[in-house]
Design a protein around this ligand. Structure first.
Ligand SMILES: Nc1ncnc2c1ncn2[C@@H]1O[C@H](COP(=O)(O)OP(=O)(O)O)[C@@H](O)[C@H]1O
Ligand SMILES: [Mg+2]
Length: 236
């Protein structure tokens, strides 16, 4: 099989004590949406951190376009086209919306205005509120700021840890539509989601993680149709 665009391959490691990840494999192709689901504490966020270089692996590797990036820092991975929106503290609340977007582009030395207009095109409300402190925005709008900030680096891979946490179903649908739009532009999406059913609906590929290991892997549709996955992870 051809080498995936981005792969965390047989990742094993943790936070210094016992391993949290046990040979966990996650991969995504250009323009594809890959979704990680699983119970609380399964290691979903840990797997994302490992792929982004925030966790030292004891086994396995991370490769981007075939290049082994296992030992690269997160900053070096950003320079290679990866962007990560963590689960919490993903915006600067005291800075304006626009300042948050500018911060996202801090590594760039070229003109960022075109990208900023693209972000505003994707999330028009952010343009309206661009001079407001991001902390004054609603939960869904803050998530838009976080995603927008990540897009300011012009990534080829966008990693999102629970982008719809704490938002209403309508706001979730809206955000998923925008994420689909981003994927259609050719960017790979690697996303952790608590709203498993809805996320698998838009997933090209889904991973069910349990106790730091792959339990089920398949297309979103295949996982949604799998009786075992439904019974154990999707509430029947
Ligand atoms: N910074 C940390 N230090 C030590 N243990 C952690 C840390 N973050 C998470 N863990 C532990 O790792 C396990 C997996 O956590 P996490 O990856 O956050 O799960 P999930 O995102 O699937 O809910 C849990 O047992 C959690 O307590
Ligand atoms: Mg998590």
């Amino acid at each position: 099989m051809a080498e995936p665009f981005l792969i965390g391959d047989a990742m094993t490691g943790g936070y210094g004590g016992a391993d949290i990840l046990h040979g966990c494999t996650i991969a995504v192709e250009p323009g594809e949406i890959a979704v990680i689901v699983g119970p609380n504490g399964a290691g979903k966020s840990t797997a994302m951190k490992a792929v982004f270089g925030m966790l030292k692996l004891r086994g396995g590797a991370v490769r981007l376009k075939g290049e082994d990036i296992t030992t690269l820092t997160p900053q070096a991975r950003v320079a290679k086209g990866m962007a990560f929106v963590p689960q919490t503290s993903n915006i600067f609340t005291s800075m304006t919306v626009e300042e948050n977007l500018e911060m996202g582009a801090f590594l760039r030395r070229d003109d960022i205005r075109g990208t900023m207009e693209q972000v505003y095109g994707l999330f028009p409300i952010l343009k309206e509120k661009r001079l407001q402190p991001a902390g004054e925005l609603s939960g869904g709008q803050r998530q838009q700021v976080a995603v927008g900030r990540a897009l300011m680096t012009q990534p080829s891979v966008l990693m999102l840890d629970e982008p719809t946490a704490g938002v209403s179903p309508i706001v979730m649908d809206e955000l998923f539509d925008r994420i689909i739009e981003v994927a259609r532009s050719g960017i790979s999406i690697l996303m952790v989601e608590q709203n498993a059913r809805q996320a698998l609906e838009i997933a090209d590929k889904g991973y069910v993680l349990v106790q730091g290991a792959n339990r089920f892997t398949g297309t979103g549709q295949a996982l949604l149709a799998d009786p075992d996955v439904r019974k154990s992870f999707l509430g029947g």
